[in-house]
Design a protein around this ligand. Structure first.
Ligand SMILES: [Zn+2]
Length: 104
């Protein structure tokens, strides 16, 4: 459930998908037109989820596991990462960068 921080209206699924695949920093709310940015918390979460991928690639280097186990693990990780990216999307009215945050 993605809500605009300005008008508190829920974004439709196609707008969420567009926000997810677009490379622009900000995207206008389909309801009120105010530019919305990805929140700092969301970006932290998505980075942490994405960092799982290199860890998973290392599994066969340390453990003797079958191809099927690896395939199932990667499928589960892919679903989990997609879930974190798309369903926990959080918006902010201001562009929250690490540079202008007092706590780094
Ligand atoms: Zn709005």
């Amino acid at each position: 459930m993605v809500k605009c921080k300005n008008c508190e209206q829920e974004w439709p699924a196609n707008a969420i998908l567009k926000r997810y695949i677009t490379l622009d920093i900000g995207m206008d709310c389909p309801h009120c037109g105010k530019t919305q940015y990805l929140s700092k918390e969301y970006r932290k979460r998505s980075i942490m989820a994405t960092l799982l991928i290199p860890l998973l690639i290392l599994i066969p280097a340390f453990f003797d596991v079958s191809f099927l186990t690896i395939a199932i693990t990667f499928m589960a990780a892919f679903i989990a990462i997609t879930f974190v990216h798309v369903f926990t999307l959080e918006l902010a009215c201001e562009e929250e960068t690490w540079r202008n945050s007092p706590y780094g």
